[in-house]
Design a protein around this ligand. Structure first.
Ligand SMILES: NC(=O)c1ccc[n+]([C@@H]2O[C@H](COP(=O)([O-])OP(=O)(O)OC[C@H]3O[C@@H](n4cnc5c(N)ncnc54)[C@H](O)[C@@H]3O)[C@@H](O)[C@H]2O)c1
Length: 322
């Protein structure tokens, strides 16, 4: 036990949806964990349990603005970089945000790793980097026909920087391209929007696009578990994995589940078009053979994850008050 505590990880974006689950998982694995977050979208309440653990230390800092970032990374052997502007939809309203919060922040983290000789990074990329793929299920080594969102392209730039740093400074990199992640503490995305809108007005629901977009989801606990299987079993310098379920449902089907859960039948008003917004992918469906071949098996299907998320909303409606 004493020896295991020598493992020291830092989690950026630790108070976020995925970050808070990651911190809990690391503590279970007996890591000593440093968490950094500016609480822009993250919530201290999500860290309620870890904050009581003496192996967890939280620092409220903004990575982009902090000058002496190195001081938080002392004796770290694993960097789990999850902080980002995770809001895909509003990228074009503020085109600098993805560049700064995703690409520049990632560069800053890599530079600290280089200076302190830290050798391992986990990075949360996204299926959005495939833009609008033309092959399904989409494999990790597929060509990228076109970039459609500033979020996706900023993450693709991060992937490039991480690969170059891995090669130049002998860093081991684990890049995960997630589909949409669901589960407890989910605070953004269309399920969140639908629930919030229906609660406000159960009679009418505005839906972006034609409702036929096909979306794939993965439970947050399955996501975190996959990351640790890859860390244990994949030993290349650069390790890239899609993470998702090989399944999808349409936006209309998601709406049906939310409406049944809340026992409402709102009039559905569609904005129309194949895409919900500029940069939305009409279909996301990733090939996950590579991670499954390492022995990973997701425990929850899409419907179970949606139900878990809706139950979380019901018990925590405070998350809609912002
Ligand atoms: N949730 C998903 O469906 C999904 C899908 C694909 C990829 N991802 C990626 O996974 C990661 C985690 O996503 P999430 O859903 O937990 O989002 P989130 O918004 O809940 O978490 C991001 C965290 O980063 C923090 N943060 C942002 N900018 C920061 C800065 N400059 N300094 C310090 N902290 C900062 C936020 O306060 C927040 O706690 C992100 O990189 C996201 O792009 C998420």
């Amino acid at each position: 036990m004493k020896n295991n505590l020598k493992k020291k990880a830092i989690v950026t974006g630790c108070a976020g949806f995925i970050g808070s689950h990651m911190v809990e998982h690391l503590l279970k694995l007996n890591y000593h964990v440093i968490g950094i977050d500016n609480l822009s979208t993250g919530k201290l309440k999500f860290l309620e349990k870890p904050l009581k653990d003496r192996n967890f230390k939280f620092h409220k800092i903004d990575i982009l603005k902090t000058k002496n970032l190195e001081k938080y990374f002392k004796s770290i052997n694993l960097v789990i970089h999850l902080s980002a502007n995770a809001d895909v939809r509003n990228g074009f309203d503020n085109p600098k945000k993805d560049l700064e919060q995703n690409t520049l922040v990632t560069f800053k983290i890599l530079n600290v790793m280089r200076k302190l000789d830290i050798k391992k990074i986990v990075f949360s990329s996204t299926g959005s980097i495939y833009g609008e793929p033309d092959i399904f299920p989409t494999k990790e080594n597929q060509h990228f026909p076109i970039q459609t969102s500033l979020y996706g392209c900023s993450k693709l730039a991060c992937e490039g920087l991480i690969q170059a740093f891995a090669n130049g400074y002998n860093i081991k990199a684990y890049i995960f391209r997630f589909v949409s992640i669901f589960g407890k503490r989910y605070t953004h995305g269309h399920l969140y929007d639908f629930y919030k809108k229906i609660k406000k007005n159960p009679k009418k629901l505005h839906i972006l696009g034609n409702g036929l977009q096909k979306k794939s989801y993965l439970n947050v606990n399955d996501c975190v578990e996959a990351i640790f299987i890859a860390l244990k079993k994949s030993k290349k310098k650069v390790n890239i994995f899609n993470l998702g379920l090989e399944d999808f449902i349409t936006v209309n089907q998601s709406v049906n589940i939310v409406c049944n859960f809340l026992n409402v039948k709102p009039l559905r008003i569609y904005s129309g078009g194949k895409r919900g917004w500029i940069g939305d992918s009409p279909k996301i469906y990733l090939d996950t053979k590579k991670i499954r071949n390492l022995g990973w098996k997701p425990k929850k299907n899409i419907r179970q994850s949606i139900h878990e998320t809706l139950t979380f909303f019901k018990k925590n409606e405070w998350i809609f008050k912002k």
